[in-house]
Design a protein around this ligand. Structure first.
Ligand code: IPE
Ligand code: IPE
Ligand code: MG
Length: 250
């Protein structure tokens, strides 16, 4: 169980030896557009199918004992897409958040969004806050959805917050170390990801969790996200189970 009050950054990089079930899995859900194109459909129908796959992945993750699941849903750079596609994505986020929040609440899942969020339409920001409140008391699994998120944004916002603390006299610059910095990042309350998964054939981070992935095991799947099912997640978790994590030791 992920207790966000007590799980700390001290543990994640120290549990060496054979890995078992990853505590924290972070996924770049990529390939919706190509999935749709392969079926002669518009990219947007791929996003709808991707939202269904995300719902199934959340349920599968909870059943397999994963404590934290972070899903990359919209990057800082995805604003560069055609305006019509961005609008469809915003509508889909809002509908999905409204529809899924009660189900998440019933299933013991605590939802949180990470990312800039102030560039989203007001209604969507409200919907996100409501869904977070609705599920705030849950503790079976933490579901973090990264929206308008970029790893560089995250590092920059942490630096800004620390600088503000220094300027206000609350923090001595000499006290800024890795732990203090990590405490200002979006994942401060959670263990670092143990397993990174990217679907959809590309082998890159695309500005996902740059700080947090320092010692994460990296798994790339050729499956396009809408086809990534419980079996595919189980295969990734099984692969993770065979990794030996050394964290710099011999
Ligand atoms: C991922 O699928 C979903 C988002 C980035 C919102 P893509 O839309 O990137 O699908 P491809 O990579 O073009 O196939
Ligand atoms: C990464 O996918 C972002 C999300 C899955 C939300 P992209 O499709 O945007 O990444 P690039 O453009 O191929 O690097
Ligand atoms: Mg893509």
């Amino acid at each position: 169980m992920a207790d966000t009050q007590t799980s700390s950054r001290i543990s994640p990089d120290t549990a060496d030896g054979p890995a078992s079930v990853p505590r924290h899995v972070a996924i770049v859900m990529d390939g919706n557009g190509r999935w749709a194109a392969a079926r002669g459909k518009p990219r947007t129908s791929g996003h709808a199918a991707g939202a269904r796959a995300a719902r199934d992945a959340v349920e599968a993750a909870r059943r397999s004992g994963i404590e934290v699941l972070t899903l990359f849903a919209f990057s800082s750079e995805n604003w560069r897409r055609p305006r019509a596609e961005v609008r469809v994505l915003m509508d889909l986020f809002l509908r999905t958040v409204r529809k899924e929040a009660p189900e998440l609440r019933a299933n013991g899942i605590r939802l949180r969004f990470i990312g800039a969020r102030d560039r989203f339409p007001e209604a969507l920001q409200r919907g996100m806050r409501r869904a977070e409140l609705l599920t705030a008391e849950n503790a079976d699994m933490d579901l973090l959805v990264a929206v308008d998120y970029g790893g560089r944004w995250d590092i920059a916002q942490a630096a800004r917050r620390l600088a503000e603390d220094c300027a206000a006299g609350r923090l001595d610059p000499a006290d800024i170390d890795e732990d203090r910095f990590a405490a200002a990042m979006s994942l401060a309350k959670y263990p670092a990801p143990d397993l990174f998964i990217r679907t959809g054939r590309e082998r890159r981070l695309s500005n996902f969790l740059l700080w947090d992935l320092a010692y994460t095991e990296m798994y790339f799947s050729d499956i396009l996200w809408p086809d990534f099912d419980a079996g595919a997640l189980a295969a990734a978790v099984e692969w993770f189970g065979g990794r030996e994590r050394r964290f710099g030791r011999v």
